[in-house]
Design a protein around this ligand. Structure first.
Ligand SMILES: [Zn+2]
Length: 204
């Protein structure tokens, strides 16, 4: 399954992410490309028993993308910090030039880990900050010993990234919680060759 796109995959419709014992969603009606939903459930099944995935965000409408960008711009001073975390749908994509905002394609998903106590794993905030980079805790651990909670968070991130990438997703290195499949971000960060990718979906 990991690298198998299937014929005509770029025309796949959006599908709702249905909650199961191992996959929860932050809000009802959260949608992703059908093939991405399948991979998400496969990734959840690869977690150790008792762990689950909490899906924070998936496909975004144009208005939804604009609202996300405006909200972050309102509370972040540096423009480059805003653009690194949320694409401005009305401007050129700064991270991977020439690409669509990944969440507009239905191929991007923001996801955190839920622990055996049914609570989000420690340090699971998806608000952009100094420790958002996937390897930030490893880097911090080179400079000083990690606290117990930081070490727990580091292990959780690694578990999440391992489960998701083993099912074909790529991780966006600036955000430990953001994963892509089949879109231009996936092609760029996964080192995949040229070929069709998921484009923007305007309506479900
Ligand atoms: Zn994201």
């Amino acid at each position: 399954m990991a690298g198998d796109l299937g014929e005509g995959f770029q025309d796949e419709p959006l599908a709702p992410v249905v909650s199961t014992r191992r996959v929860f969603t932050r809000f009802e009606g959260l949608r992703l490309r059908a093939g991405v939903v399948v991979r998400l459930h496969a990734a959840a099944a690869r977690l150790p028993e008792g762990f689950a995935l909490l899906v924070m965000d998936g496909w975004r409408t144009l208005d939804g993308q604009r609202a996300h960008h405006a909200a972050l711009a309102g509370r972040t001073r540096r423009r480059q910090d805003v653009d690194r975390f949320v694409f401005d749908p009305d401007a050129q994509a700064p991270v991977v030039p020439g690409t669509d905002p990944p969440h507009r394609t239905g191929g991007a998903v923001d996801v955190v880990l839920v622990g055996p106590d049914d609570k989000p794993w420690p340090n699971s905030t998806v608000d952009p900050g100094p420790l958002s980079a996937t390897m930030a805790l490893e880097a911090l651990g080179q400079r000083r010993p990690l606290t117990v909670v930081e070490e727990q968070a580091r292990v959780g991130r690694s578990m999440l990234v391992g489960a998701m990438t083993s099912c074909g997703f790529t991780n966006y290195p600036a955000e430990w919680w953001h994963f892509d499949f089949g879109n231009a971000f996936w092609r760029h960060f996964g080192g995949h060759g040229p070929g069709p990718v998921y484009g923007i979906v305007e309506s479900p």
